[in-house]
Design a protein around this ligand. Sequence first.
Ligand code: ACM
Length: 766
Amino acid sequence: MKKIFLILFLSFSLHSIAQPVAIIPKPVKMELKEGSFTIDRNTSLEFDSKLSNLRNTVSFFSNFVNDVSGIRLHQHWKNGKKIYLKIRKEKVVGDEGYLLSVTPQSIVITANDPKGIFYGIQTLIQTLPKERTNAALQIPSIEITDYPRFQWRGMHLDVSRHFFTPNTIRMYIDLLSAYKFNTFHWHLSDDQGWRLEIKKYPKLTSVGAWRADRRGILWSQSQPTQPGEPTTYGGFYTQEQAREIVRYAAERNITIVPEFDVPGHSAAAITAYPFLSCSGKQQTMITGGIYPKDYESTLDVGKDSVYTFLENVLTEVMKIFPSKYIHIGGDEVDKSPWAKDSACQRLMRKENLKDLDELQSYFIRRMEKFLNAHGKKLIGWDEILEGGVAPEATVMSWRGESGGIAAAKQHHYVVMTPGEPLYFDHYQAGPEGEPLAFGGMNTLKMVYDYNPVPKELSPDEAKYILGAQANLWAEMIQSETHVEYMILPRMLALAETDWTPLPEKNYDDFYNRVQQKFREFDQEGLTYCEGNFNVTFVPGSRNGKLNVTLQSEIPGAQIYYTTDGSYPGAGSILYNGSVNIDSSMKIRAVVVQNGIVKSKVPSQQSFVVDKVSGLNVNYQFPPSTQYMANGINSLTDGIRGTLAVNKYWHGFAGNDMIATIELPETETIHEVSAGFLQRYSDWIFLPQWMKVEVSDDGQNFHEAGKVKNDISPEEMQLLIKDFKIDFSSVPCRYIRVTAKNLGVCPPGHPGEGKPAWLFADEIVVY
Ligand code: ACM
């Protein structure tokens, strides 16, 4: 694949100084030919003037050409060469696809619909420079047949946690449009700000859009606005501004799906209109992650006045946004106020709702009925499945794919946006040297490798997957350049995932095209992440001996490493196949590209080597499939767990860990230890005790030692504890380690009485 790219690149440069062809998303079918078309002062852009809906696209392209070259394209001009835009029945490309034919004599874009013509134009633009140039504008001869894999190609932006100006929104829309996204999900309300003018409820923006300025303070430590404190930080879009943005987006083939997040995440609306909450209490705007005790962020869904409020709001919203879908949130609702609220309780009795999930479901259904009656469709986060999904609702699956899978199996439409890998507020590299991000790691390659159709779905069920979307939550993001950085280049990977047929995708080829886009970003002054230059350590074993594979997601890069603790560089050992781990060591490694060390800090991993390293582990109760670490033998892979739950731990829900290891031959042992995690907030507790038994035949075991836990299950500090048992040397062939699960979460814990988790890592035997 890479070779083909290089050849195309070369053949081009023989004929012209045109840009190499690096189109993202990669077209379905593309053939490069000899020669090129030159746009000059005689070139005209021709279209049937009856097709007035092409006018926007014509101006869009003419303005682009004029910006980069000063050339004004003619319309209906006798002389010179022509660019034709044609609407004509072309069965194969559907309503968003196009055919593009560039020869030295002409350019022809053909499509069924103006949407397809626009995408053909966007493809042409990708072959041209992005800054003013005096060089000839040459477009390589090319034949393209192109159409999208999915109908929902989305990007989301949270403007509640931090407000972004209309200019930033237009920049965002420009980027979406350049890479053939068609949906902008605009998260317009949340606890920290309401961002759209609603004429009937002016306080939504006069109160709910403004909070105390806490810039410079960590989000998690940002105290609520104090009574009387000036609320100078925030902002909102007037209805006129929102309408203008909708128009701007429509001219670029982008539908805006507005989100008003209810009935949870509604603190800003409640602060403006306290009657919306169960308590009706006055409160001030929160400014970040600190929620005072009894702070109200959930609407009182038992009151008719709340429905009237929402219907009035949505009536204004529907007049601004022509989108078929309206997003009503539905995520992470703190339902506890409903349990104590008389209106909610009355409604539950009247409607025969058996629990609070069914009450939420009632609320969503009622919102759906209202939207449907106005010709709109409801979409919500996957929590809307709880208590029964509304009849026509579309589900946005964010807590992994399970909500999306469940919805598709119930024949509801689904947009896939799983936190891993599609939350773009997470790190894409580092985290050393990266701006502070909200969560884990979603790299360019992880996004590229994502397939929105889970294998659990039958071909019939898979038809309910509308496509994939990435979400940019803005808790940590305050500036336009930071927005750019978080989405570039990851959104290009999603663009290709959403557009290009699966068999046509190839990461190495994509990576090369992204490098070309970096040059364009530089021309356009866009901020972007150069890449994830981490080294990943993948432990393995061969014949009972540990080894490790070092991986980088940078195609063509080298990895250099040390094993003696020294700082690695381009003069260290060049990685060339897996490294044997024959004694305890720390490997430190860097990625080198074109002779330059690209890693900001070395990646490193320690290995512990002992008598059971690399051996198979047999469990009486297998670990949870969610917490399999490096695979079933992760407890003998030489790698210790870290304080993060997903890093190298085997998790057991409610069960004991009973692990048996067979030694290759009878050996004398005198010490066994294993590590365990306590993470109270995640229901993870140290074992009550650990016991070691030994055996010669794998049948008859006798106890070598036992150690009890001396740390309270109520300890809330995150901690790792090694349980270690020393005993007088015994010869044995089999070792059985039992760690006793706490059983259930302790009294006073939010999960009181429910199964406790036990998390175990490396078993070390000497
Ligand atoms: C979400 O991230 N709460 C949808």
